[in-house]
Write a protein that binds this ligand. Structure first.
Ligand SMILES: [Zn+2]
Ligand SMILES: [Zn+2]
Length: 290
């Protein structure tokens, strides 16, 4: 039976909203908006099959070891975020910025780039990085787009530092929540609009991609977040403790600290110790073997 009023000639295309994940069917010619978040839907870019493939790559379950490795790597990258820096920068970062202020901006993002390209961490970032939500929103040259995407990662690190330094579990949960919202900007489909990004976060928590899974791991294991007590620690000043009373990130840092403590002891007590020792040996002399 055919209905004369039905536009049966135009085939329907199954699409998924790139912001909120809502599935719907649209025709290829009209302009459609997602009913949940207002995102404009594109019959080519938002086909369910295409989005499902992207999700499969990003939503794979990660284990605790991967979560820990990613969190520590992200926490320890260097570089300055650009734009509105409302999050505190570490003294090392300020020094770096000062040193590098006459070099091309990309130097600043070398470590963020290293993180994105590292084979262990590829699934934490969108498959077509640096084609990210911010890069598309900002536009500009390829280099500018790349810098914008990498700057997002450096900013995420600053959010993570705040969670790392939190003094109680309530503050930590608050910081992680802020970071989870921010991280969605990094992993959301690049075609999402700002409005639908905001709307999708109001609907509920973001999809559990690898980045979000790592942050959920941090939420439940955040009490192991430590800062290495070796003031000269360069490699992993932010680390996750293996044992509850661990104070240094690795054996080398605790060795350095032990040696420094010994040196300090000698500086303070060395003269007195040598005096008492020479007195003792003077008393011993008559009986000493020579
Ligand atoms: Zn939507
Ligand atoms: Zn250390």
């Amino acid at each position: 039976m055919t209905d004369a009023n039905c536009l049966a000639a135009e085939p329907l295309i199954a699409v998924r909203c790139p912001a909120c994940g809502n599935d719907t069917s649209i025709t290829g010619t009209q302009k459609y908006e997602c009913r949940r978040c207002g995102q404009t839907l594109d019959p080519r870019e938002h086909r369910i099959a295409i989005l499902a493939e992207r999700e499969a790559a990003m939503m794979r379950r990660i284990n605790a070891r991967q979560a820990r490795a990613f969190l520590v790597a992200l926490a320890n990258i260097k570089g300055m975020p650009y734009g509105l820096v409302f999050l505190p920068a570490s003294p090392e970062d300020l020094a770096f910025q000062y040193r590098e202020s006459f070099s091309p901006a990309m130097d600043n993002y070398q470590e963020a780039k290293w993180l994105v390209n590292h084979k262990l961490f590829r699934q934490f970032f969108p498959p077509n990085f640096p084609d990210s939500w911010l890069a598309r929103s900002c536009g500009g040259s390829e280099e500018q787009k790349q810098a914008a995407s990498l700057a997002q990662i450096v900013t995420a690190r600053n959010y993570l530092h705040l969670a790392w330094k939190a003094t109680d579990s309530d503050e930590r949960a608050w910081r992680i929540r802020a970071l989870r919202e921010f991280a969605r900007q990094i992993t959301i489909h690049p075609s999402a609009s700002s409005t639908s990004l905001t709307a999708s976060l109001q609907i509920g928590p973001p999809p559990k991609d690898a980045f979000q899974q790592a942050l959920l791991y941090f939420q439940s294991h955040g009490s192991l977040a430590r800062r290495c007590l070796n003031p000269d620690c360069r490699q992993t000043p932010y680390f996750l403790a293996e044992k509850p009373n661990q104070k240094y990130c690795n054996e080398r840092c605790s060795e350095v600290a032990r040696n420094a403590a010994k040196k300090l002891w000698w500086k303070r007590h060395g003269t007195a110790w040598r005096k008492s020792r020479s007195k003792a040996s003077a008393r011993m002399k008559p009986h000493g073997k020579r």
